[in-house]
Design a binder for this molecule. Structure first.
Ligand code: F6R
Length: 243
């Protein structure tokens, strides 16, 4: 695992954007695994700026997002499809029909999870997967649990995640209670992973990356078993090395 310590959120965003652009430079038709949330917003802004400046070309890129809320209309301002449109897709030359998210409004959610897993598998999984991390150590919406799902699945959000995400909604009541997410296995099959973290509430989760233990109660710790992970974090999130 490679750890890159950045001064602040802006530097973290720039470093992550560089890693993503390097992947596209090496492989113009790369499959990018994308995340939503506050953490990658700055990185997306950097990518939009670089596209405008002619530094990056998304025309052959395909994207697969980690997750989507269930039963939130896709046009809702907090759906992850809307987030991706607003933060990236509407501003760069990505083909919209090359951008994929799970359909959280499918009539048969379990069938949709199987379809999405197959879609990602048929694309050969992500060349680079961007991840944020929850305060409780979740990645995607793989929440702490006794056992973790390998493939894309529907999951109930933990009360702490609902509380954290309520900042994006008018009230906690409006936060969807379920989401569809890539599984730990889907994420681990990405060729490269870039985990981003900013702020002191992520420090504990990053510190667990030094534990040497894959703990399903801190799902991010499973990344210790992946051969190519870069952790990009700011000062406030800097892990404490305990060993
Ligand atoms: C988002 C996702 C989540 C977030 C995590 C951190 O697609 O899968 O795991 O990365 O909840 O969220 P922020 O960045 O808002 O702190």
């Amino acid at each position: 695992m490679k750890f890159i310590r950045c001064k602040n959120y802006e530097e973290m965003s720039r470093v992550a954007a560089n890693l993503l652009e390097e992947t596209i430079a090496e492989k113009p038709d790369a499959v990018l695994g994308l995340a939503t949330g506050s953490t990658p917003e700055g990185m997306y802004a950097e990518l939009c700026r670089d596209y405008k400046d002619g530094k990056v070309d998304f025309s052959h890129v395909t994207t697969v997002n980690l997750d989507e809320y269930c039963n939130l209309p896709v046009e809702h301002e907090q759906s992850y499809r809307t987030f991706m449109n607003v933060n990236l897709f509407d501003h760069v030359n990505l083909r919209k029909d090359h951008t994929f998210l799970p359909d959280g409004n499918a009539a048969d959610l379990n069938a949709e999870a199987v379809r999405y897993e197959k879609l990602v598998a048929d694309l050969g999984y992500a060349d680079l997967q961007i991840l944020g991390v929850g305060r409780n150590g979740h990645i995607g919406f793989n929440e702490p649990a006794d056992t973790l799902f390998v493939d894309t699945h529907v999951t109930a959000l933990k009360p702490s995640t609902i509380k954290d995400n309520s900042r994006f909604f008018a009230s906690e009541k409006e936060v969807p209670k379920r989401a569809m997410t890539m599984g730990i296995g889907t994420i681990m099959k990405a060729k490269k992973i870039v985990l981003m973290a900013s702020g002191s509430n992520k420090k504990e989760a990053l510190t667990a990356l030094y534990s040497g233990v894959a703990d399903s109660m801190i799902p991010v710790t499973f990344l210790q078993m992946h051969p190519d992970v870069t952790v990009v974090f700011d000062e406030a999130a800097a892990p404490e090395r305990k060993n």
